[in-house]
Design a protein around this ligand. Sequence first.
Ligand SMILES: [Zn+2]
Ligand SMILES: [Zn+2]
Length: 100
Amino acid sequence: MHAPFNRCVECNDVIGHPVCSDCLSEKMRLFVAEYDARLAKSINSTAIYGSSLCIFCGQNMALCPHCYSKDIYLFLHQKNKRIAREFLTRFDFELRKKFN
Ligand SMILES: [Zn+2]
Ligand SMILES: [Zn+2]
């Protein structure tokens, strides 16, 4: 998959604060592991290459942090609602407006 420059493949917004799903999933796994180590293992990164560069590791990316967090949130919400709620307080990429 390839995205037009600097736009998210999912929401088509300009990615203003690029953090790739590898970097985010690492933080999210650590967070979920505090509650449920097995669930934490099922959080995977979604590598989609585009022309935005992650501000932490510099790799190409095309899915904005908001969309990636939303996917993980919806996944957690199915598995464990309490963790999903905590997740919103930690990784709030404007998700709370939508889900709270
Ligand atoms: Zn997006
Ligand atoms: Zn990164």
